[in-house]
Design a protein around this ligand. Sequence first.
Ligand code: NAP
Ligand code: HSE
Length: 448
Amino acid sequence: MQQVKIGLVGGGTVGSGVVRALEHNGELMASRLGIRLEVVKVAVRDPRKGRGDELPARLLTGDWKAVVHNPDVQVVVELIGGTTTAREVVLAALRHGKPVVTANKALLSAHGEELFAAARDNNANLYYEASVAGGIPIIKVLREALVGNRILAMRGIVNGTCNYILTRMKLEGIDFAEALREAQRLGYAEADPTLDIDGHDAAQKTGILASLAHGFWVQPREIHTEGIRNVTRMDIQFAARLGYTIRLLGVVRTVAPERPAPKGSRKKAAGPGIQVAVYPALVPDSHVLASVNHAFNAIAVRGDIVGETLFYGRGAGGDPTASSVLGDLADAALDLKHGSHDRVPAFVPHHRGGRVVPMDTVTCRYYVRLAVLDRPGVFARIASILARAGIGISSIIQPEGHEGEAVPVILMIHDAPDGKVRKAMARVAKLPAVKGPPMMIRVEGAEG
Ligand code: NAP
Ligand code: HSE
């Protein structure tokens, strides 16, 4: 049987998961593919560290170049994370004409265009299923299964760490710091967990999904990004009383449809305007995303032909991520066998003129929590500022049972342009009766 030899750069949570999974299912894969996959070298930072039977010392090296330049290695798998050495590893392998598999969304987000060009120029391919949503094969879905659709909307829970934290805070009432420590212990969090909790990891993944769906590379600076650092247990509880669950969402939505060039006119066709953003949101409990708990991820995708679809699974951790790496390894091995490196190219720009629209102009609904002095006339003053800005309030709730100088008040705000609501709330925050900055969380509807 044909063999394909694999070199891993990185033997941590995901790298050791890949070795373990191949140990377990290598024979099964061989019988399905007609190709046996064999790991022949693994680069780690410290090869002297004990790693048990999973990563035997004979496979280990402390020098990634010894993997990439090894003439036996036919496919390189980059699993070290970060954007500096990882970029060098991927470029060096591609320049050797070796296909590369990576789980590194930070790398793709920052250097995707350069790496895809290097793959094209060197007749090698770059595979990155594991970079988004762990074990869910969403990259294959967008590139292959839904290729016949215009993607109208995607809303996804794409960060397992944040979803784990929000779930534990809601279901067990534990505090943020404790839930984060657990997520780290379970291997969900990035080496630098601020990437998770400040929304950057979700933004990198959301950018990759938006780019694939709309055919132009979305730059990280174009993605409006908010994390979950400021979400309190109080907000989670108030949201629950109102029938919502707070989730960190990656959102990609067509907000200005494509416009074909009018017949007989000199006007050009315009591509779609898309919203690309990451933010905590109140999701109605009746929506399926509200019941995605712990480190699970889910992505709801609406296509113009297929309608609503949903993809669900474990979004972080060694085993689910290894499952996606194995899928990519199978594609790479089959491509090597058939000499077809560009059967499904890493990324193909559509040249259809799409653009990311500024978040300020996107219409949103808001939950706002204020701390106000419990005095007559305060609600009227707040309502008057919002009314002057043309912003409607759908309800005002003063939850009972709170005492002290300032009490919480919840406003549910009707659809309005995001920038306008933020400006008006900045004016509300300056009222003498309002204490502290407003807590503002967007509210998602049942429809994408
Ligand atoms: P990790 O547990 O921290 O493992 C990183 C591995 O890379 C370690 O084995 C480390 O060696 C090695 N390494 C670091 N720098 C190196 C260098 N310069 N040369 C050689 N080896 C080096 O990270 P991970 O969680 O497996 O994540 C790896 C990648 O997968 C990241 O891009 C991450 O974003 C992505 N990812 C992770 C998950 C997840 O759930 N963990 C899910 C999807 C995607 P030592 O062992 O000696 O320290
Ligand atoms: N830190 C990431 C998460 C790992 O929590 O989702 C999976 O990409």
